[in-house]
Design a protein around this ligand. Structure first.
Ligand SMILES: [Zn+2]
Ligand SMILES: [Zn+2]
Length: 57
């Protein structure tokens, strides 16, 4: 039940970014610019918040 144009995390704000990992449309609040991913993916890919080669695609 996704509404096009809305952030897939909060479903309130308008999505302006798109996650490079899962493809979700998310608002700027829930987008990690540093990783180019939604916060959900960024947290999974990098739980410690430190950059590294820990991506599991
Ligand atoms: Zn959001
Ligand atoms: Zn994502």
């Amino acid at each position: 039940m996704s509404v096009a144009g809305l952030c897939q995390i909060c479903e309130e704000a308008r999505a302006r970014q798109h996650c490079n990992r899962c493809g979700a449309m998310v608002c700027q609040t829930h987008f990690d610019r540093e990783h180019g991913m939604c916060l959900d993916c960024a947290r999974r890919a990098d739980p410690s918040g430190v950059e590294g080669d820990t991506y599991q695609l």
